[in-house]
Design a protein around this ligand. Structure first.
Ligand SMILES: Nc1ncnc2c1ncn2[C@@H]1O[C@H](COP(=O)(O)OP(=O)(O)OP(=O)(O)O)[C@@H](O)[C@H]1O
Ligand SMILES: [Mg+2]
Length: 247
């Protein structure tokens, strides 16, 4: 399964990507997580320290993976994958280290090419943590064109649900088969809010994760969350049953 995690800025894409990756890994799945944020943070959420995250080798730009290209998916994972303490293998796809160095399109093309490959030998689940916004769906070819499922993370705000509805329309144009909304940071009656608004905008709601004080605490400490919350496991159950990939 190839999963893209998308949504508005700051809604929790990186947090949800890391927790889903860890939950899949705890079930014995081989998980490859790809950080495509030009300001990468996924490593720390997967248990690497900041130094190790910053020192990661970034995928070559404009990599062509597969029969016609210079590398196989196995080469990419072997040469660039980093094992994290949480059991997830991490790839760093894009990093901006130099001011004025140009756009990140070539890095996105590498991710697109990798996702276009059959990766059954390398991973059961490939999870791509995206930068905020919708550009990854509009840029030439679409970074996530070969994803099987998009998860649009939402805060309890109307704007983030509307982002999910817009994402759904663009994903349909790219031919991405499944798009689900995932509510995050829910308190009080936020779950009812997500259910109502997703109904109004026709966004299939996969599940809702509660607001958890441990998440900002881990963020401030620069560590991964101690344990994967039960609600994340429920999300994996829902994903497996709704994509019929269980087992
Ligand atoms: N379930 C949660 N409970 C409490 N706080 C959360 C939760 N999920 C995320 N946060 C907090 O929200 C902030 C943004 O989280 P995160 O970095 O995962 O979002 P993002 O969507 O990846 O952001 P960006 O758009 O910058 O990539 C962080 O401060 C994080 O601690
Ligand atoms: Mg992020």
């Amino acid at each position: 399964m190839k999963l893209g995690v998308v949504g508005k800025g700051g809604v929790g894409k990186t947090t949800v990507s890391a927790l889903l990756g860890r939950a899949f890994a705890a079930r014995g799945r081989r998980v490859l997580a790809v950080d495509t944020d030009s300001n990468p943070n996924l490593g720390v959420s997967l248990g690497l320290d900041q130094w190790r995250t910053d020192a990661m080798s970034v995928l070559p730009r404009s990599l062509i993976v597969g029969a016609a290209g210079s590398a196989s998916a196995a080469d990419v994972v072997r040469d660039y994958g980093v094992e994290t303490p949480t059991g997830v293998t991490l790839l760093s796809a894009i990093k901006v280290t130099e001011a004025g160095a140009g756009c990140t399109c070539a890095g996105h093309a590498s991710v697109r090419s990798l996702l276009g490959e059959v990766m059954a030998e390398q991973a059961d689940v490939t999870l791509v943590d995206m930068e905020a916004g919708l550009e990854h769906l509009s840029r030439s070819g679409g970074t996530l064109a070969y994803a099987d499922v998009l998860l649009v993370v939402m805060e309890p705000s109307r704007k983030s649900v509307i982002t999910a509805a817009r994402t759904q329309a663009l994903a349909a144009e790219l031919g991405i088969p499944l798009v689900f909304g995932v509510g995050n940071k829910a308190r009080g009656d936020d779950e009812a809010f997500f259910t109502a608004l997703c109904g109004e905008f026709d966004v299939p709601l996969l599940g809702v994760l509660p607001y958890d004080d441990a998440v900002p605490a881990a963020d401030r400490a620069g560590t991964a969350l101690g344990e994967v919350p039960a609600a994340v496991d429920a999300l994996v159950d829902a994903l497996e049953s709704r994509t019929a990939i269980a087992g």
